[in-house]
Design a protein. Structure first.
Length: 558
């Protein structure tokens, strides 16, 4: 139970992200069917596929909500004696129950609607979707505010609804487009009708998303006079963990908007070359979906942070940020293991961290060890990016860069380095056994990252050298880049100082966004038809790897 409590922060964020993502997918599926697919007279095959995936999304949402409520209930009852009657009456429990009920009803209706000639089951989707939306808003930051609660709830509702109408509905659009019979005379006309209706819905969703997000940000950052306690400056944007995650969301949203704009113009040219343009539209849509769900993970991480308006003190200022990120020579040697602070006994460390929030003792040597780890990791990532970029260069002046295609092997060294050196208190350097050391979320994530890196290095080396020709194997690298970047948004270091932790998390956020961008660019290189856009993407992702390496090389904790 103590191990469970210690890792609850990470587990809670991941479950929250899962529920938000499935909520967006479920609401988006309902909106897509009601306002795009059915009015556009989509083929029976496409409509059946949409109903099937809506049923799966709603079922997944119900299961995720049950898990989320169960974890919250277990933690609450484990930390303090609480009668079951009071637990069941708690707002989070009631909201979770409403979301589960709404999701299950949508799953049932999605199974029944294709078989019922009358449209009434379809109309019943609307109140079920509204119940899910209301449950999500009732557990947001808006519900916990004592002032301007209704206004903030309206902003939150617009934000959730906009994300669903745009990003949540996008997978259903791609499902429909894959089943459009372009080889038949009516195929291009069906695709055109579908894209016209979806474009209007997506534009409305984007407007709601941006309006709701801007309203919440203006208030929660303390810029608005409505907040009362804010300093009416933008220091909450760059000086708090909430603001850093918000900046990550802004970056992801801007990239998604750029891709969405490209798809909007592609949709208007669908008559000229339907097969080629639909292929490009689907590829850009896939990247929009990936980045959208990464933004959901950032949003889930934000729910675990106090809004900046509630943290007027101990913010990081611009001078401190500039001093921390000013380039200095990287640390290539580490202190001796004997010079590190002695590890706290495992049972005591778990107890202190779980119940008092106390961090493990650290000093200058521990910080130097961490910087050494990050700097060597940065050197490895920078080298991998350089070699990957060289492998893309054409043969000129008799020079061949074929040898550079072995660049993924460099990442295998990074995986081994993480296991051996990332956590000196744990196996194999420290006294804590391998399995027992996983009580700490940062150690658990380091081990998981090592597995991710080793897996993608093996697959990508086979792809780059021609030993593997499977399309699924080629997808491992971009998918793991996006997944690793998303998980890095949840990663944190316990340093005992809020400012130091925030400055470290700024580096993590930058690396996470660069990793996600690299993965999406590699995906587009693989999936787009050969041409200028594919070639451009092939140069973007190595550059992103190089930039991530430079960020790691300049990482500091003091």
């Amino acid at each position: 139970m103590i191990w469970f409590l210690r890792d609850f922060d990470l587990l809670s964020v991941l479950l929250r992200a899962l529920t938000l993502g499935l909520e967006m997918l479920t609401l988006g599926g309902v909106a897509y069917l009601l306002f795009a697919a059915i009015p556009a007279a989509v083929s029976a095959d496409g409509l059946s596929a949409c109903w099937r995936w809506l049923r799966r999304a709603a079922t997944g949402l119900a299961l995720a909500e049950i898990a989320y409520v169960a974890v919250d209930s277990a933690i609450l009852m484990g930390s303090a004696p609480l009668p079951v009657a009071e637990l069941v009456a708690a707002p989070f429990f009631l909201a979770g129950a409403a979301a589960v009920l709404g999701a299950l009803l949508i799953a049932v209706l999605a199974a029944a609607s294709p078989r019922v000639p009358k449209p009434w089951p379809t109309y019943l989707l609307i109140p079920c979707a509204l119940a899910i939306l209301a449950a999500a808003v009732s557990t947001s930051h808006a519900a916990s505010r004592m002032e301007n609660r209704i206004l903030l709830a309206a902003f939150t509702t617009a934000h959730h609804l906009g994300a669903s109408l745009w990003i949540g509905a996008m997978p259903f659009l791609l499902i429909s487009l894959r089943r459009v019979p372009l080889d038949q005379a009516a195929g291009p006309d069906e695709a055109r009708r579908l894209l016209r209706r979806f474009s209007g819905m997506a534009l409305a969703g984007a407007a709601l998303l941006l309006a709701g997000g801007a309203g919440m940000a203006w208030y929660y950052l303390g810029v608005s006079s409505l907040s009362g306690s804010g300093d009416h400056s933008l220091s909450g944007l760059y000086g708090t963990a909430y603001g850093v995650l918000l900046l990550a969301k802004v970056y992801l949203t801007l990239v998604i908007l750029a891709l969405g704009a490209g798809n909007f113009f592609l949709a208007r040219r669908i008559e000229t070359a339907p097969t080629e343009l639909l292929s490009r539209l689907r590829r850009f849509g896939e990247v929009e979906i990936a980045l959208g769900f990464m933004a959901v993970l950032a949003a889930a991480s934000m729910t675990a942070q106090s809004p900046a308006v509630d943290l007027p003190n101990d913010r990081v200022n611009l001078g401190e940020i500039a001093a921390r990120f000013y380039p200095v020579a990287p640390r290539m040697t580490s202190p001796s293991f004997a010079a590190l602070a002695p590890p706290t006994p495992l049972d005591r460390a778990v107890r202190d961290s779980a119940f008092t929030g106390a961090s493990a003792p650290s000093d200058a040597n521990d910080r130097a060890w961490s910087e050494y780890n990050h700097h060597w990791a940065g050197l490895i990532v920078l080298a991998a990016g350089c070699f990957a970029l060289l492998s893309r260069l054409p043969k000129r002046f008799g020079l061949s860069w074929e040898w550079a295609r072995n660049w993924p092997i460099v990442f295998a060294g990074l995986a081994v380095f993480l296991v051996l050196r990332a956590d000196p208190d744990c196996w194999p350097l420290g006294p804590r056994p391998f399995w027992a050391s996983l009580y700490a979320p940062d150690v658990l994530q380091h081990r998981f990252y090592a597995l991710l890196i080793l897996g993608f290095a093996a697959f990508e080396w086979g792809i780059q050298t021609g030993r593997l020709r499977s399309g699924r194997a080629a997808a491992v690298f971009p998918l793991l880049c996006v997944a690793g970047g998303a998980l890095l948004l949840t990663h944190s270091h316990s340093m005992g100082d809020a400012k130091e932790e925030l400055l470290a998390e700024m580096s993590h956020a930058a690396i996470a966004l660069l990793g996600a961008t690299a993965g999406c660019a590699r995906w587009l290189e693989l999936r787009l038809p050969g041409g200028r856009q594919s070639r451009f993407a092939s140069y973007v992702w190595p550059v992103c790897l190089m930039l991530a390496g430079l960020v790691l090389l300049n990482y500091r904790e003091s």
